[in-house]
Design a protein around this ligand. Structure first.
Ligand SMILES: Cc1cc2nc3c(=O)[nH]c(=O)nc-3n(C[C@H](O)[C@H](O)[C@H](O)COP(=O)(O)OP(=O)(O)OC[C@H]3O[C@@H](n4cnc5c(N)ncnc54)[C@H](O)[C@@H]3O)c2cc1C
Length: 628
């Protein structure tokens, strides 16, 4: 197994990071205690022509789904029927994000995400297929980084052909530095060798984006590089179709490359640019998941409303029992906020007025975490029916509400396209960047003393100017944000909390210095506070744009709920068991408490009467049939 130390892993991630900020960013300023509401308010509006095109397309998609797609069949057969794929192609759904000049629909980010939201509620496998193809598959990196010739070759094909994005390998998940697939230069070609895991669409795709490592050699700077590869190329085999807890119907595989010859003309960008391309693609591509989560939340609100009115227990509709009422309130308010974050981030991306890197990442993190809580609450509201499959409910004559399916389908959102833990680190890295860029050498373990001393002087100058800005702000003026009416108080709170957050980061940097980057508990809570403040800001801006009393009510309820969560998170920045937990986890891993696991069997290790399955390479030394 390749050994990659932590420093190398960080360096690879750092090199792929986009460091320049060409446009202002609400999210970045938020973590600096600079609450720039003007960057997101008034809510950007879709351009008139795009609105017409987008709405027409949504109408067609809705009609198609209502008349030609049976989600129960996708769930039952774990397959999207060919006629559904064909129908979606005819509607142009595979080319939503492809510019019109290359034969696509050229939809804006806003309408692309609305279409995914709609399709994802029919069955999330449809959303996953289209988003794996367009948000991360061939069209987006080619559009952003391809040559004109590559665009002319591949984009028109992608309107009708399915593509996939292949980065993950058995030993490469969150940490791309371990990437082992190689692309060895050979004349005008590259020869690809390696195995890619969990390739969404990989089983049926016609075109692949493959991330492979080019070795450094004369004339080749080498590094992780992106290639467009024909799925039918000699030497490619799909070895398995993977099945999962949810997302039944996705064509996800294991793809092996054995001496696959790829022309140099298929390389996207330069050698060594692969990860940067992947990350840049994800800047807006990441919004697909919040789109599907927002759709799921809207549907959950509908089901929660309908069921809690008609289900009567203990003399009242269950929605009138306080314990269930609080779940309904959480689902409804959070659903509105999730859509507000999504639409705002998408619209900001469309009118190119700001850099939405942080907003999109916050939306992905927040929507996948909250979406899962919502799905779980929906199951609880439905009681036993929440746990029963839609098929079984229908078989005994009840409405087939797939609540348990929602939990299964939503769980993956916290893992793929950046797991929640990695998203928190990624956002924290950007959030503390202002500190690091002035104080970098102070906390860099490799910097020598003169460099550190210079950094202290530079940082002193920066903080002398910056700290006083964190003491007061509009949030302390009773009349601030008055045009938001009853929501003004929440924006004042968000402004104050943004300064408090920045002060907390400053204290933490002083307290832990270079060790701050290892304080994942602190960094994670800090990011979660930022996510809540962004959600509060987005929902207030949205309610003002929607301009109806019901919108203000929902936004107000959401902000009240969010403020309680923010208060708890601030408290836990300093009062927590993080250090104790880290020590305990170490002892658990060392086996100190293995005796406590006695009395159970491990079903993942078959008994002697069953032919043993070969354990995976990383597990081979570490498995014992009887626990304890
Ligand atoms: C259904 C499905 C579809 C997928 N589709 C694709 C696809 O189309 N293309 C593709 O390339 N990949 C795809 N993936 C892979 C997916 O992106 C990875 O699963 C994801 O990147 C996480 O990697 P991992 O599973 O190896 O987890 P690991 O990286 O092994 O992480 C395990 C756990 O440790 C945490 N962790 C890891 N590093 C750190 C750290 N530094 N600090 C704190 N916590 C950490 C993670 O958050 C996670 O909780 C798919 C996966 C699934 C299940």
């Amino acid at each position: 197994m390749t050994h990659v130390d932590e420093r190398t892993a960080r360096r690879v991630a750092e090199e792929a990071r986009e460091t320049a900020w060409r446009l202002p960013s609400f999210g970045k300023q938020l973590f600096l205690g600079d609450f720039r509401l003007d960057l997101i308010h008034p809510h950007p509006e879709a351009e008139k022509k795009m609105r017409r095109t987008g709405e027409d397309f949504l109408t067609q998609i809705r009609e198609f789904c209502e008349t030609r797609v049976d989600a129960r069949i996708i769930e039952r057969d774990a397959r999207i029927p060919d006629k559904v794929i064909k129908g979606l192609k005819e509607l142009g759904a595979f080319g939503m994000k492809i510019p019109e000049e290359y034969g696509g629909l050229g939809l804006s980010q806003l309408y692309y995400n609305r279409a995914l939201m709609l399709l994802g509620t029919v069955h999330p496998a449809l959303g996953a297929m289209l988003s794996a193809h367009q948000s991360i598959g061939v069209p987006q990196p080619v559009k952003l980084f391809g040559t004109e010739e590559q665009k002319r070759t591949y984009l028109p094909r992608c309107v009708n052909e399915i593509s996939a994005f292949l980065l993950t390998e058995p030993d490469v998940g969150s940490d791309p530095a371990r990437l082992r697939t190689t692309a060895v230069p050979d004349g005008d070609d590259y020869i690809l060798d390696g195995v890619k895991l969990w390739t969404t669409n990989g089983v049926v795709a016609e075109l692949l984006v493959v991330m492979a490592r080019v070795p450094e050699s004369e004339g080749h700077r080498g590094g992780i590089t992106a290639f467009v590869v024909e799925a039918t190329a000699e030497g490619i085999t799909v070895e398995n179709r993977n099945t999962f807890m949810g997302l039944r119907g996705i064509e996800n595989g294991v793809t092996r490359f054995d001496q696959v010859r790829v022309p140099a003309g298929n390389r996207i960008g330069k050698e060594g640019q692969g990860l940067k391309i992947a990350l840049t693609t994800l800047n807006t591509g990441r919004l697909s998941l919040p789109a599907m989560c927002a759709g799921a939340a809207k549907w959950s609100t509908k089901i929660a409303r309908e069921w809690s009115r008609v289900r009567v227990q203990w003399g009242r509709p269950i929605g009138e029992h306080e314990a269930i009422a609080s779940k309904i309130a959480f689902i409804a308010a959070t659903s509105y906020a999730m859509e507000a974050m999504l639409d705002l981030s998408s619209s900001l991306a469309d009118d190119e007025r700001g850099d939405i890197r942080i907003e999109a990442a916050l939306a992905k993190l927040y929507a996948s975490e909250m979406g899962y809580l919502i799905a779980d609450d929906l199951v609880q509201i439905r009681g036993g029916r929440g746990y029963e499959t839609a098929e079984s409910l229908a078989a005994r004559g009840e409405r087939g509400v797939p609540a348990e399916q929602l939990v299964r389908d939503m769980r993956i959102n916290r893992i793929f396209e950046g797991s929640s833990e990695i998203m928190r680190l990624l956002i924290a890295r950007e959030a503390v960047d202002a500190h690091l860029s002035v104080a970098g050498d102070i906390i860099d373990p490799e910097a020598d003393l003169p460099r550190k001393a210079k950094a202290v002087r530079r940082a002193g100058g920066f903080y002398a100017k910056w700290l006083p800005t964190l003491v007061t702000g509009p949030g302390q003026r009773p009349g601030a944000y008055a045009d938001f009416g009853p929501l003004a108080k929440h924006l004042r709170y968000a402004e104050r909390a943004s300064r408090k957050l920045a002060r907390s980061i400053f204290y933490a940097a002083g307290r832990w210095q270079g060790r701050l980057e290892r304080k994942q508990g602190f960094l994670g809570r800090m990011v979660d506070i930022g996510a809540e403040l962004f959600a509060m800001s987005a929902v207030c801006v949205r309610a003002k744009a929607d301009d109806r009393p019901e919108a203000y009510e929902l936004a107000d309820a959401f902000c009240e709920q969010a403020r309680i969560r923010v208060g708890e998170l601030f408290d836990r920045l300093w009062h927590n068991t993080d250090d104790l937990d880290a020590e305990l986890a170490k002892r658990v891993m060392d086996g100190r408490y293995a005796w406590q696991e006695e009395g159970v069997l491990d079903p993942s290790i078959p008994g002697p009467w069953i032919a043993p399955a070969e354990p995976g390479p990383s597990e081979r030394e570490n498995v014992h049939r009887t626990v304890g």
